[in-house]
Design a protein around this ligand. Structure first.
Ligand SMILES: CC(C)(COP(=O)(O)OP(=O)(O)OC[C@H]1O[C@@H](n2cnc3c(N)ncnc32)[C@H](O)[C@@H]1OP(=O)(O)O)[C@@H](O)C(=O)NCCC(=O)NCCS
Length: 176
């Protein structure tokens, strides 16, 4: 794992639910990876209504990444859908993306959901490897407006005991 010299360790990683006041932070994080921010206000509204969760990661107060997990509307029963996983370029390869994904899955489990899907571009080697290592498997091919990709899927097991859940056990992830 590459580590930024002098950077805070992952033990200082804090994961928390994003609220409407985090809009500028989310815009800045998305801009840092070249993504637009259309629909973000609606997304925060859906989070406030409990239809999805947006998890924000910060390291010693510096926002470093985010992920969204849809929990209800339009999804088959029992399924959550993860999207918009991103980590700011300077903070990659330190486990932040994996921790965000785990937090999204944890949120789905907490709502009684037993399956998680996500979409990924066929050429996104970094994300594909992260998801493979996290236990996601091919579900079906996908065609996005910008190119081909895949929908991946993971069956969520029961929540591991905090003691075995090393990283998340130390995280300050509480939704409500
Ligand atoms: C994909 C992304 C979220 C990964 O975040 P991250 O914090 O660097 O991920 P992690 O540190 O948890 O990586 C976990 C593992 O995934 C794999 N991985 C991550 N980045 C990789 C890369 N650039 N190349 C190859 N493998 C990579 C590695 O196996 C890594 O473990 P290691 O560092 O011990 O080798 C980040 O690169 C990103 O924000 N990319 C731009 C946005 C994006 O494409 N999001 C995904 C949308 S589907």
């Amino acid at each position: 794992m590459n580590v930024v010299a002098g950077a805070p360790s992952l033990e200082h990683l804090r994961l928390r639910p994003a609220g409407r006041a985090d809009l500028p932070t989310l815009v800045a994080l998305r801009r840092a990876v070249g993504w637009g921010s259309g629909g973000l206000e609606g997304s925060l509204g859906a989070a406030a209504a409990g239809r999805q969760a947006i998890v924000l990661a910060d390291l010693d107060g510096i926002p470093v990444g985010a992920v969204t997990v849809a929990l209800h509307a339009g999804l088959p029963p029992g399924r959550a859908h993860v999207s918009d996983l991103l980590v700011s370029p300077l903070w990659r390869r330190r486990g932040v993306g994996t921790a965000l994904l785990q937090a999204a899955e944890e949120e789905a489990r907490g709502r009684g959901l037993r399956e998680c899907t996500l979409d990924v571009d066929a050429g996104n080697a970094a994300a594909l490897e992260l998801y493979r290592r996290a236990g996601y498997v091919h579900y079906r091919p996908a065609q996005f407006p910008w190119g081909p990709g895949y929908t991946l899927r993971k069956v969520l097991g029961p929540a591991p005991p905090a003691a075995r859940f090393g990283l998340l056990g130390r995280l300050h992830w509480r939704l409500r």
